[in-house]
Design a protein around this ligand. Sequence first.
Ligand SMILES: Nc1ncnc2c1ncn2[C@@H]1O[C@H](COP(=O)(O)OP(=O)(O)OP(=O)(O)O)[C@@H](O)[C@H]1O
Length: 300
Amino acid sequence: MNSILECSQIAKKFGRSEAIRNATTAFEEGAVHGLLGANGAGKTTLLHILSGLIYPSQGQVLYDGQQVHDNPAVTPNICLVKSDERSWADYKVKDLIKYCSLLLPYWDEKFAVELLRKFRLPGNKKYKHLSRGMQSMVGIVKGLASRAPLTLFDEPTLGLDADMRETFYELMISDCGERQRTMILSTHQIDESANLFQYITLLEQGVVTSHMDKDAFVEQAHYLQGDTSLLLALASDPRVLHEESLAGTTVLVWYGELENQVDLERRGIKIGPVPLQKLFVYLTRKGNLNSEEKYYGNFS
Ligand SMILES: Nc1ncnc2c1ncn2[C@@H]1O[C@H](COP(=O)(O)OP(=O)(O)OP(=O)(O)O)[C@@H](O)[C@H]1O
């Protein structure tokens, strides 16, 4: 698959703190990408940089080989849906939609009206008077009806109920499939959106630690469950992300090649898949443990 968006050696400093550090990655065209990271990992900052909304302190972003920042030839292809649109507060929904239609060159008015009806959004209400979930819906209408070739959603399902989240996922899949749009979506609702993603980008403390095919990413992880005396011999391997033992049985979470799978199974160890959300949690915890001293050292 071709890459439509590439960023190389991106850094972003706010004062003395570094929100993004040396981020280099590329996003495949026509795919749905999941941007995952713990609170404060830098997802919003990275999405704002990728969309051209804010400048990196260092590095560059290329869309289809062209500079994103300060480039009017590229900007119309990109739509960013922020998680929090503070500047929309005093505008009515119908005026915001009108504004989007003027701003976004690929705007599909018919689709926008269909979405407004589907989400039952009241055109005459001001954005600030909408519930949190309804505010998210306005963002979703903007992002989907923009029909922008590259659409970035920052936590688009905040406050949405389960039915509306499912509706959004279905709309997203069908639009991406039919129109070859590229979408990058940051979310903390990993389990339920896991099926959407073809690629996963992992951000840890401002660093892109992984960008890979979602299935390949998940297939690298295994639960190993069985006799403690057998499994504890493996526990010191750096590929072990997590370990817990109870009453003679141990569970290890293994991330990486499992060379001796057949032998382990022969010795009674049960081996199973790790869901994406769990894998994310174990990877994040391990990353945090490794850097704990650096981050909390100032308080001791
Ligand atoms: N305008 C700003 N000024 C100062 N620091 C900022 C600013 N924006 C972000 N940061 C800092 O940059 C880091 C990354 O923040 P960011 O909002 O990008 O993370 P995130 O992954 O989106 O977090 P969350 O999942 O909690 O929304 C945080 O430490 C945050 O405090």
